[in-house]
Ligand binder design. Structure first.
Ligand code: NDP
Length: 288
């Protein structure tokens, strides 16, 4: 039987509708969630991502502000802006759009964000809390992957999940979150030998390698849930995933398309984090 195509767009839409309700409730209590995005330089892709984030905020009722800085902005200037935002009670979430110009240390900038306002979930304190299983702001793409799997109705506990990729922003956190959901997790990477022998054992296969069409039918166990995080451009300039969609759709039980699968979930999880941050800051019960 062909796979059910997991339309991230549809799942994201229903989560956004839930978030809009939650924001309305918060507003009745005088809480208006606020996100500030800082964009340094004129990278067209970054501008397009930031537009998507502002649009998402508008859709669910989050107040959003965009701080645009020239590419020549110094690290000290950027750190000073972050300090001000850390102090501003109307700002619940701070997001610095990456990549930053090469003269600015991304690590220094991300570490300067108050962990309570780190809606990207990249601050070492939030990463540490995720590792030890404390409630915290989770990184958006990995969180989106877990939500997508859950919304298929698939029971994650007890399943064998195989993750291809071990980056700090996707593979590693996805593996940790799957383990937290009580899956048995195998992590594969570029040094893994005989990749198909691992992937063929997966009930849930998450592919985040950034290698166009590297996963074919021979890698997938019939009936597996396959989540394709990869975003690549093929020779014709078209966006394609890491999975050979047309081949794998005949053996998987669920499969995400690229585009329209994991991508739409990422911004939605950012909105969810902003609402969570606003709620936690209002209750002041979020001790770090
Ligand atoms: P990185 O390049 O940082 O990491 C890629 C990982 O894949 C590495 O761990 C690497 O192994 C592993 N890998 C590379 N080639 C192979 C291979 N042939 N076999 C097995 N493992 C391999 O990428 P990211 O994690 O940042 O992103 C992964 C993909 O996800 C990209 O296509 C990116 O565009 C996409 N992405 C999509 C998002 C979305 O919202 N949809 C958000 C973020 C990313 P090693 O560690 O050994 O080098």
């Amino acid at each position: 039987m062909p796979a059910t195509i997991l339309q991230g767009k549809e799942v994201a839409k229903s989560i956004r509708a839930e978030l809009a309700e939650e924001v309305l409730e918060l507003k009745k209590q005088g809480i208006v969630p606020g996100l500030t995005v800082i964009l340094v330089g004129d990278d067209p892709a970054s501008h397009s991502y930031v537009r998507g984030k502002s649009k998402g905020c508008e859709e669910v009722g989050i107040r959003s502000e965009l701080i645009l800085k020239e590419a020549s902005t110094t690290e000290a200037e950027l750190l000073a802006i972050i300090q001000q935002l850390n102090q501003n009670p109307n700002v619940n979430g701070i997001l610095v759009q990456l990549p930053l110009p090469s003269h600015i240390s991304e690590e220094a900038v991300l570490d300067a964000i108050d962990p309570k306002k780190d809606v990207d979930g990249f601050h070492p304190i939030n990463v540490g809390n995720m590792v030890i299983g404390n409630e915290t702001l989770l990184p958006c793409t990995p969180h989106g992957v877990i939500e997508l799997i859950k919304r298929t109705g698939t029971q994650i506990a007890g399943k064998h999940a195989v993750v291809i990729g071990r980056s700090n922003i996707v593979g590693k956190p996805v593996s940790l979150l799957l383990q937290r959901e009580n899956a048995t997790v195998t992590m594969c990477h570029s040094r893994t030998q005989d990749l198909p022998s691992f992937t063929k054992m997966a009930d849930i296969l998450v592919v985040a390698a950034g290698k166009a069409h590297m996963i074919g039918k021979e890698h997938v166990k019939p009936g597996a849930v396959v989540i394709d995080v990869g975003v690549n451009r093929n020779e014709e300039g078209k966006l394609v995933g890491d999975v050979k969609f047309d081949e794998v759709k005949d053996s998987a039980s669920y499969l995400t398309p690229v585009p329209g699968g994991v991508g739409p979930m990422t911004i939605t999880m950012l909105l969810k984090n902003t609402v969570q941050a606003a709620r936690q800051q209002a209750s002041k019960s979020f001790d770090m």
